[in-house]
Design a protein around this ligand. Structure first.
Ligand SMILES: N[C@@H](CCC(=O)N[C@@H](CS)C(=O)NCC(=O)O)C(=O)O
Length: 193
């Protein structure tokens, strides 16, 4: 198996953590998708996004589809509808934070009172509040795929300075508990920059 991605991407990290948890070896292609490896990304995925997974003759785009593929291929545990909803909430938070970061990198002031920025900020706030409650209620007590995705998203938001940890005490405490996992420590985006 070969995973095309980058060391800082939270969507790639979730697949790296899933593969590690499943004990599945793979080759990692670490691209700078906004820089010198842009042409390689163009060759890999017309959607111009990572992760992309290669397995034999199969090429799979999108972390959620890659998860479904690996679930089937490696016989990983199924997740229920409520857990699918958690993934949707986590993805929504992550997508909005990526939009905010790319806006900032485009020289825009994302704290301005603009419809697009307001919608992203509100979505990040509401999704993180919902996840804070879910952590408190025990939805992430097991290290399953939703937990892997939550860890990758929340830690990335902190790394990029997009989340105020003090506002989310349960999430922050949960993150600290998971930090000791070897695979988590070995995929820290801070080590890549
Ligand atoms: N829904 C996609 C989202 C992937 C995604 O947004 N990846 C980012 C890297 S963190 C990306 O490739 N961004 C490129 C861009 O937005 O131009 C997934 O789950 O794989």
């Amino acid at each position: 198996m070969k995973l095309i991605g980058s060391s800082t991407s939270p969507y790639v990290r979730r697949i790296r953590l899933l593969l590690a948890d499943a004990g599945q070896g793979y080759e990692f292609s670490d691209l700078n998708i906004y820089g010198e490896d842009r042409d390689e990304l163009r060759r890999q995925n017309p959607a111009l996004k990572i992760p992309v997974l290669y397995d034999g003759g199969e090429v799979i785009y999108d972390s959620r589809v890659i998860f479904r593929y690996l679930q089937e291929k490696l016989g990983l545990a199924q997740i229920g509808w409520q857990q699918e909803n958690l993934l949707t909430i986590i993805d929504a938070a992550n997508d909005s934070m990526v939009a905010i970061l790319l806006s900032q990198r485009s020289g825009l002031d994302t704290s301005e009172d603009r419809l697009f920025f307001n919608l992203q900020r509100e979505r990040v706030e509401k999704t993180l509040e919902a996840l804070e409650r879910q952590v408190d209620e025990g939805a992430f007590n097991v290290w399953h795929y939703p937990s892997i995705c939550l860890y990758s998203m929340f830690d990335w938001g902190l790394f990029r300075g997009l989340i105020d940890a003090a506002r989310y005490p349960h999430l922050s405490a949960w993150l600290a508990e998971q930090k000791v996992r070897a695979d988590v420590a070995g995929s820290d985006p801070r080590d890549a920059v």
